[in-house]
Design a protein around this ligand. Structure first.
Ligand code: C5P
Length: 314
């Protein structure tokens, strides 16, 4: 945390993959009970914020952000929540979000933006939110936002927002294969409900994570983890985007490929490989086949300040 208002901050927040994602029945509030293991990976959103008279948000970066507007995102809502803590008027701030995590890709990019915005507004406005209060605001913004603050590898239960750290050693080399078009998270959950109602996929009474997953993470053993990767949303994501399943089969046939799965609600495909070196090679191979592919590693830290400049030093 910073002390007193600052005039400019740079906050970095990671995207995530779900190593395991078990979805229970839909609760009365419309959310599904989850048991999931998140891992933060080295594909980051970079959020720059400056003190300003007006409120503004701009999206930039290597991915197409033309569909995003300043007021329909979690960034705006995150800023509003921090402003409400001040009790007065909405103060000005200029926020520039440099996006690297695919939009509507199942990697928590919007959640990373929100987590970074909470930290940035807190610093620029000198609110001094406690860690607990930041966590509460994060949970209001979305089920994955607390994890974007926490980072590392965590078990998430409840809506996925009640977190416990998972002991992990070593590092895991992933290849991310983003899609040109996104999938809406509610639509994927809705498709899972439909498939369950029609008896097409199992319908567990409560979600759970195979304890072997924790052992493989503790050992830092990607070969052991590969065969344990599990995502209940995968069948629903493939049902809505069947071409992704074909692509996953093509990836599985690559030399030295790992095991692929849909990340979160998709449609990004995440491939767990033996090492960072294998991940880099596989990403090159997939790109040579005409698809986008990014080699990353995890776990990495949650949202954090990269640089901040106290006002009196400028
Ligand atoms: O909390 P968040 O905004 O990320 O959730 C988006 C949507 O995903 C929810 O409105 C809900 O339809 C679905 N969801 C769910 N169960 C969860 C998390 C998300 O049904 N645990």
């Amino acid at each position: 945390m910073t002390h007193g208002p600052v005039s400019m901050v740079h906050v970095r927040a990671p995207g995530k993959v779900n190593v395991a994602l078990s979805v229970g029945p839909k609760a009365d509030d419309g959310y599904h009970e989850l048991a999931t293991v998140f891992q933060a990976v080295s594909l980051y959103e970079e959020v720059y914020a400056h003190a300003a008279r007006e409120f503004s948000v701009e999206f930039t970066g290597p991915i197409d952000t033309s569909g995003l507007t300043s007021d329909d995102t979690l960034v705006h809502r995150a800023a509003q929540l921090v402003a409400a803590e001040l009790g007065g008027e909405f103060p000005g701030i200029r926020i520039v979000v440099e996006k690297h995590v695919p939009i509507a890709g199942g990697m928590g990019g919007g959640s990373a933006d929100a987590a970074a915005t909470l930290l940035a507004c807190d610093a620029i406005w000198g609110v001094g939110l406690s860690k607990e209060r930041l966590w509460e605001l994060a949970a209001k913004l979305g089920a994955d936002v607390p994890f974007a603050l926490q980072g590392g590898t965590s078990l998430g239960v409840g809506r996925g927002d009640v977190l416990s750290p998972v002991l992990t050693t070593g590092e895991f080399g992933w290849v991310l294969v983003p899609s040109e078009s996104g999938l809406s998270t509610p639509a994927v959950y809705g498709e899972l409900d439909r498939m369950r109602a029609e008896g097409l996929v199992p319908n567990p009474e409560s979600p759970g994570v195979n304890p072997e997953v924790f052992a493989a993470l503790r050992e830092g053993n990607p070969s052991r983890l590969c065969v344990l990767l599990h995502n209940d949303l995968q069948a629903a994501a493939y049902s809505l985007a069947p071409e992704r399943e074909q692509l996953a089969r093509w990836i599985a046939d690559r030399p030295n490929s790992g095991v692929s799965m849909i990340s979160g609600s998709g449609p990004t495909i995440a491939v767990l490989t033996e090492s960072r070196m294998y991940a880099a090679e596989l990403a090159r191979d997939i790109r040579a086949g005409g698809h986008r592919a990014i080699a990353v590693h995890g776990p990495v830290p949650g949202a954090h300040f990269v640089h901040d400049t106290p006002a009196d030093e400028l």
